[in-house]
Design a binder for this molecule. Structure first.
Ligand SMILES: C[S@@+](CC[C@H](N)C(=O)[O-])C[C@H]1O[C@@H](n2cnc3c(N)ncnc32)[C@H](O)[C@@H]1O
Length: 201
């Protein structure tokens, strides 16, 4: 199972993260203008790469989730007392607070049920809150990397296509989407107010 693989990798995960990933993570946080008073949900957080930057931003609430308990354990070894929970984000989840940002960094290729992750994000965001999916590689870069390491996957597109993302936005009540696949992969959409939601007729 996938989480067992991540449990094995957890101990050495942090030391194997390339410096470039921290730079991209910082760029994304800057781009989103995350700061003072915001609530952030970090999905598939691993050992806390986003938190290494977010911890100094004066957030009101930060919650991290990851399916692999050893990743959670490692995260808590590095940042004791942080709100890190061992949860599957493909299962229906409701948190105690609404978030300004839900971010999936470097992990979208491990998810299969995109409807579930869009639904969870919608249900846990404030109106106007942003759902962000990003990756330190571009779509083509990730495919090339997988080819080089001989990774075999049954998914043709490890990062969902524009068409898939746009359909998911429309289906789950998001608008104002941005997709940028130039330096790294960046997708951001905004939770619409209930009355702005586009319903399929
Ligand atoms: C490639 S790692 C990235 C971790 C971290 N975001 C980083 O960049 O270092 C992918 C992470 O996704 C987590 N993950 C995969 N499927 C998940 C799910 N359904 N719910 C929550 N976490 C999940 C894995 O346990 C793993 O920690």
């Amino acid at each position: 199972m996938m989480e067992e693989n991540f449990n094995i990798l957890a101990k050495d995960w942090t030391k194997n993260i390339p410096e470039k990933n921290y730079e991209i993570a910082a760029d994304i946080i800057e781009r989103l203008n995350i700061g003072e008073g915001h609530n952030v949900l970090d999905v598939a957080a691993g050992t806390g790469i986003l938190y290494s930057i977010l911890k100094d931003k004066g957030l009101s609430n930060y919650v991290a989730v990851d399916i692999a308990d050893k990743m959670v354990e490692e995260f808590l070894n590095i940042y004791p007392g942080t709100d890190v929970r061992c949860l599957d984000y493909e299962k229906k989840l409701m948190f105690e607070c609404d978030f300004d940002f839900v971010i999936i960094f470097n992990s979208i290729h491990h998810f299969n049920d995109y409807d579930a992750i869009f639904e969870n994000s919608y249900n846990n965001l404030k109106a106007g809150g942003k759902f962000v999916i990003c990756h330190a590689r571009t779509r083509a870069g990730l495919k090339e990397h997988r080819r080089k390491i001989g990774y075999v996957s049954d998914k043709e597109e490890p990062i969902p296509t524009d068409e898939t993302l746009i359909n998911l936005c429309q289906k789950h009540g998001f608008g104002e989407f941005i997709i940028d696949d130039t330096e790294y992969f960046y997708f951001c959409c905004q939770k619409l107010d209930q009355d702005e939601k586009i319903f399929e007729l």
